[in-house]
Design a protein around this ligand. Structure first.
Ligand code: SF4
Length: 341
């Protein structure tokens, strides 16, 4: 069973500058203030009583944790030590930048019981990194991942297709370089234009065009397929819908959808269903089977996939059922020719 996440947002704290696409306050709606030890302990206790018996994982998101002054890092991690020692907290994760990891940082994180580090990588393409003013290189990513992995820290990597200078080929090339580092997991967040960012200025001046929703789904689908082939889980696709993010005027443009992952999974299912349905006589009555929990992905939002399959192949989709014998994402089909034919 997955641990219950106890999240603490520290928007932009530790960040050496603002990357052109980023406004963590608008995305997560949290204050840029370090939680004090009492707040940390209080929140953990709340989650403990809401989920008795479940493992807890404390997570610090939204800033550059390892670029905070060391006394602030201690202020956040030291109150956790007794809770880690008595197994009240099972694991700790934090997010940071690749250029804010060095051997001393890794030793410190290990001494404080940090188990997972998420690196904001966004791209491995030099031009994209420069134009997004990330301030680090692909070599920094490779160095950071290898230092963390050598220390036994689990590494997650965040990628952001669709930044200035990016293309589908560059996004896929970035993904291949990242997969070669064997990260523990990935997150894929297609770039959005958030009000007040430098990317918004570029967009409003007509100097940046974000991906359309279809383009973002298409590149994310290819990325998800490649990651699955490499055995690397993609734990999130698209930003978490929040009231702050969805407030009018926050997202100026870009491929936002509150169920972005379902769109991507639905497209993958549709592709697989097309392969299976190709060559069936028109009028066939078809029942699809999918792995557990994937019926709505195959059916598609507003039954889009069923409608597309019906129109494209002239078949009748009699139903979609779960089959526990199928591996995750697999689809099978049984067909009966129409008796009228
Ligand atoms: S992308 Fe990361 S490093 Fe850049 S401003 Fe946002 S939180 Fe800070």
């Amino acid at each position: 069973m997955k641990p219950v996440l106890v999240p603490f947002f520290i928007p932009h704290l530790g960040c050496p500058h603002r990357c052109i696409f980023c406004d963590q306050v608008k995305i997560a709606g949290a204050r840029s203030v370090l939680p004090d030890p009492a707040e940390l302990r209080g929140r953990i206790a709340e989650y403990r009583s809401a989920a008795p018996g479940r493992a807890l994982e404390v997570a610090f998101y939204g800033g550059t944790f390892t670029a905070l002054p060391i006394e602030d890092q201690r202020r956040l991690l030291e109150p956790l030590q007794p809770l880690i020692a008595c197994r009240e907290v099972q694991s700790v994760r934090l997010s940071t930048r690749p250029d804010a990891i060095d051997p001393g940082t890794v030793s410190f994180l290990l001494s404080m019981g940090v188990t997972t580090v998420e690196l904001g990588v966004q791209s491995m393409d030099g031009q994209v990194l420069t134009r997004s003013r990330r301030g680090h290189t692909a070599a920094d990513v490779e160095r950071a991942v290898s230092l963390l992995a050598e220390g036994g820290v689990s590494v997650g990597i965040q990628l952001m297709p669709g930044l200035p200078g990016d293309s589908e080929e560059r996004s896929l090339a970035s993904l291949r370089r990242v997969l070669a580092l064997s990260p523990s997991f990935l997150r894929i967040y297609p770039a959005l234009v958030i009000d007040g960012t430098e990317l918004a200025d570029l967009y409003l001046r007509g100097e940046y065009r974000p991906l359309s929703l279809d383009e973002a789904v298409s590149v994310s689908k290819k990325m998800l397929t490649a990651a699955r082939k490499a055995g690397v889980p993609v734990v999130r696709m698209g930003l978490q819908p929040t009231a702050e993010l969805e407030a009018p005027g926050v997202i100026l443009a870009g491929p936002y959808h509150p169920a972005f992952r379902q769109l991507v999974e639905g497209e993958l299912m549709y592709d697989r269903a097309c392969e299976l349905a190709a060559g069936l006589p028109a009028g066939s009555e078809v029942t699809f089977a999918v792995s557990r929990g994937k019926v709505s992905d195959l059916v598609g939002q507003r039954r889009l996939n069923v409608k597309r399959l019906t129109e494209r192949f002239g078949i009748r989709v009699a139903g979609v059922r779960e089959d526990d014998a199928l591996a995750e994402g697999e689809v099978s089909l049984t067909a009966r020719e129409s008796e009228r034919m």
